[in-house]
Structure formats: structure tokens, C-alpha cells
Design a protein around this ligand. Structure first.
Ligand code: BTN
Length: 235
């Protein structure tokens, strides 16, 4: 594993995406990001004390392309397990790939594809106390426990756990993983607004299904929403 450490950078995802000689398991870690990227072009507040990192996974052509749609869920599941080992708290998994603690966001994940690689970017609120713009919606481990954590240790645990989970996934244990994800499904039973490309609908979220879609009860209908095509409106 090659590790690139930065005191300050725009975005660790951007760094790996533009790295010409990228290899599997390249890992970029930053103390601060001045242009941290979130999903759908959102900004990710990246203050010192958060774990801010990205790593690369090479596309395995033995695996069906569709299976990679489950990657964000797999990253989220594996991350939740890693955090449990570090601090055994009641984290929830918010489909498609955020982690929540006490109704507040503790971690965000951004998976991007570039050539034959996936760049998996993760931000975890660990030691940071001033969550600024994210204040109402964010929480850090330190806020919850009062403890300070070794950031590099946290990051290396998360990355190595992910590659173990990915091996298990390749060996066909998706159903087991899915069962675990559904036990901590943050959206389950909640009313959500779903914005697709052409319309907005409101419904009650159900389970995450075998193919990684979310089941939503909209009026009398049961619909399935795809990871790539929806946006859950903030309430
Ligand atoms: C989201 O919640 O929308 C995803 C946030 C992902 C943030 C991480 S921080 C490290 C990596 N570099 C980035 O620019 N983004 C990801």
C-alpha cells in the first residue's frame, strides 16, 4: 500500500482521480481539505480532526459490472463494523452510504469511478468538535465520548477492514451482509421525499433489497429506487 499524507489539499478524491500512475490500495490522507467533495456536487466540511481519506480499488473484470452498484453499500457496511470496533455505539446506515449516530451524520462516503479504478473517499467526524456548517446535522466521536483518537490508526483499520469485506463479498456472502445492513437501516419506516430526474415523490422507506435498491411504499404502490438516480430530500 502506498500512503500519501497531506497537511492540506483540495480533495483526496481529486488527488487519486488525477493520479496517472494509480495502483490498487493507494491511500491519500489529509489533515485538512479546502475543497472536500460530497455526493451530487455537495461540499464536505473538512476541518482538522476529521478522518479525511481516499483509497483505490481496481475494477475486477471477473465481477459483473452490476455487482459494483453495491459497492457504496459495502463500503458503508464495512465502515460501520470498523467504527463499532473502535467505539461500540449505535450507528445507523443511511442508504445509500452515510453513517448516522443519534440522528446526526458521523460519516459520508463518495465513490467515484475513474478508468479501471474506483476511488473510495471517506470523511469521518472523529476528533473534530466544531462542525461549523454541519453543526445541526453532524456529530463526531469525540463529541460523543470525550476521547481523542489516533486518526491514522482509525483510517488504516477502516481500509484494511474494507478489503477483507470485499473479499467476503467476492466469495458470495452478499445476503449475509445485506441482512446486517438492514438491521441498522436508518431510513426504515421513515417518510422520505425522493427526487428522481423528472419528479418528486413521497413515501415510507422499507428494506434495502438484494440488488441494492431501496423499497419505498408510495401510496398503494411498492417502488424500488436505484442508488444512482435518486436524491432524498432534506426534511
Ligand atoms: C457525502 O456525504 O456526500 C460524501 C462525503 C465524502 C467526503 C470525503 S472526505 C475524503 C474524500 N475527499 C473528498 O473530497 N471527499 C471524500
Amino acid at each position: 500500500m502506498r500512503i500519501y499524507r497531506f497537511d492540506e489539499i483540495d480533495s483526496t478524491n481529486r488527488f487519486l482521480r488525477e493520479k496517472e500512475d494509480i495502483l490498487e490500495k493507494d491511500l491519500a490522507i489529509a489533515k485538512i481539505q479546502n475543497a472536500g467533495r460530497g455526493r451530487r456536487g455537495n461540499k464536505w466540511v473538512s476541518t482538522e480532526g476529521a478522518a479525511l481519506f481516499s483509497f483505490s480499488l481496481k475494477h475486477d473484470f471477473q465481477i459483473n459490472e452490476e455487482e459494483y452498484m453495491k459497492l457504496p453499500l459495502l463500503v458503508g457496511y464495512s465502515l460501520l463494523d470498523s467504527l463499532k470496533k473502535i467505539e461500540n455505539l449505535d450507528y445507523k446506515f443511511k442508504w445509500t452510504n452515510d453513517l448516522y449516530l443519534e440522528e446526526k451524520k458521523i460519516s459520508g462516503i463518495l465513490v467515484e469511478k475513474i478508468k479501471d479504478y474506483y476511488v473510495i473517499g471517506i470523511g469521518i467526524n472523529v476528533n473534530n468538535l466544531n462542525l461549523e456548517e454541519a453543526k445541526d446535522r453532524g456529530i463526531s466521536l469525540r463529541e460523543k465520548t470525550g476521547k481523542e483518537y489516533d486518526l491514522e490508526k482509525v483510517i488504516l483499520t477502516v481500509v484494511s477492514d474494507f478489503f477483507k469485506s470485499f473479499e467476503e463479498f467476492k466469495n458470495g456472502n452478499w445476503n449475509e451482509i445485506l441482512e446486517k445492513i438492514n438491521k441498522v437501516n436508518y431510513l426504515y419506516g421513515k417518510r422520505i421525499n425522493i427526487v428522481t430526474f423528472d419528479k418528486e415523490e413521497s413515501g415510507i422507506a422499507g428494506d434495502i433489497l438484494e440488488d441494492g435498491t431501496l423499497e419505498v411504499f408510495v401510496g398503494n404502490e411498492i417502488k424500488r429506487y436505484n442508488i444512482g438516480s435518486i436524491h432524498i430530500a432534506k426534511k
